[in-house]
Design a protein around this ligand. Structure first.
Ligand SMILES: [Zn+2]
Length: 408
């Protein structure tokens, strides 16, 4: 076994330990006293329920992550990658079909292995706390659609990248970067039109007082907003959401039907004002550019190591290949992507304050505060997370921090 093999095992173990410690620290604060500003989020019975929900998720999360770790380590140590690689090589030795088969087996295989966990999470945990609205047929159809999408989109991208590698050698990363950039921008523009309809129904927001209020706000801040859609989120869960997608003529706002049911009209406009804030403060463009730059860096570093046979053999295969090197690199690079993830989370939390400030300045703080409280209540969210957990995982500031900022 190579030295890199042990480094890979060490990375997987350290990541597991770090996550487990963070989850443990966070769980120690489930019973912490509720901050005064948040006293009115839950009543007594609801708070008990939210604590029970968090504890269930904590225990179940620990079980899931332990299972994943054992599965991954077992697969590595007992030569799982070598076994799949040999199986694929007995079918074909052409690099592109070989890589497609290899990744197809690994990804769908690992998804099937954790399927019982996601089934339990949806139909036992979420069900018990009244969140789940998914039927079993929707659940399995989602899985199959997800796999088909991964096979088609992932298959095309992977084939093209290997094809670039075949004719451009180490410079493949420049072509791959161009491909990913075009794909990312295309998806940003057309995700709502092409992908969402495979899973959900979207209808334009009907005329009425809500639409009038939204239009009045948009006009007031000089924001062109013609595409407002309602999505049937209630088909799967009672949890509510709203998001912005696209830019230029393709920009649109999508409101979950659950959001419309849970919030009053002023609150919905306040949530939209927050979303418009992200757009006006150029957060959407920043995130797009940042993700393209990070992808470029990752692909460049990949190009430095892809020809090194040690990166392939690090996952226990005997014959080096592009696909094996890709998996080896993926694990070896993951500590770096964790760090970039941390930095992106830091920016994201900063942007949330800016979007909240925008909503406060152009609309009002109070309806945003009450909407945030309602949304937290309805998702039984954690009012007292551990600061270390927030630092590592939260893309949004805590409810308390956001409310204190809005009241300032
Ligand atoms: Zn936001």
């Amino acid at each position: 076994m190579s030295q890199l093999f042990y480094i890979i095992i060490a990375i997987l173990l350290l990541q597991f330990i770090l996550e487990t410690v963070l989850d443990y620290l966070n769980a120690q604060r489930y019973n912490a006293p509720i901050p005064e500003e948040l006293n009115d989020v839950f009543d007594e019975a609801e708070y008990k329920k939210s604590q029970a929900y968090k504890k269930t998720n904590y225990r179940f999360g620990l079980l899931t992550s332990s299972f994943s770790l054992i599965l991954t380590l077992g697969f590595l140590i007992f030569g799982g990658f070598e076994w799949v690689d040999q199986m694929v090589r007995s079918v074909t030795t052409a690099p592109i079909p070989m890589a497609l088969l290899f990744f197809g087996i690994i990804m769908i295989g690992s998804d099937i292995a954790i399927l019982p966990f996601s089934y339990y999470s949806t139909f036992v945990v979420e069900e018990k706390y009244g969140f789940n609205k998914t039927t079993k047929s929707t659940f399995f159809l989602d899985k199959i659609k997800g796999w088909l999408m991964m096979v088609v989109i992932g298959g095309i991208i992977l084939s093209l990248i290997i094809w670039f590698f075949q004719f451009a050698g180490s410079f493949f990363w420049i072509y791959a970067w161009g491909l990913v950039a075009v794909f990312t921008i295309f998806m940003n523009l057309f995700y709502s039109k092409l992908i969402v309809p495979l899973f959900n129904k979207q209808t334009p927001l009907e005329n009425g007082s809500l639409k009038t209020k939204i239009k009045a706000f948009a006009k007031n801040v000089g924001f062109e907003l013609d595409n407002i859609f309602v999505i049937d989120g209630s088909k799967r869960s009672t949890k509510a959401n709203a998001y912005f997608s696209g830019f230029g003529k393709e920009k649109r706002v999508t409101l979950y039907d659950t959001l419309i049911n849970d919030l009053d009209e002023e609150e919905i406009v306040a949530v939209l004002a927050h979303e418009v804030g992200h757009y006006k403060k150029k957060h959407i463009i920043f995130n797009l550019i940042a993700s393209l730059v990070l992808t470029g860096i990752t692909l460049f570093v990949l190009s430095l190591f892809i020809n090194n046979p040690a990166v392939s053999t690090a996952i226990g295969v005997s014959q080096p290949s592009f696909h094996a090197a890709l998996i080896g690199f993926g694990i070896l690079y993951s500590p770096i992507s964790e760090i970039t993830g941390l930095i992106m989370n830091h920016f994201s939390r900063k942007f949330e304050y800016q979007a909240d400030d925008y909503a406060k300045d152009t609309y009002a703080a109070l309806p945003l505060i009450t909407s945030l409280k309602k949304l937290s209540k309805n998702s039984l969210s954690n009012l007292t997370p551990h600061p270390a957990f927030v630092f590592m995982h939260y893309s949004h500031p805590t409810l308390l921090d956001r409310i204190q900022n809005l009241k300032r």
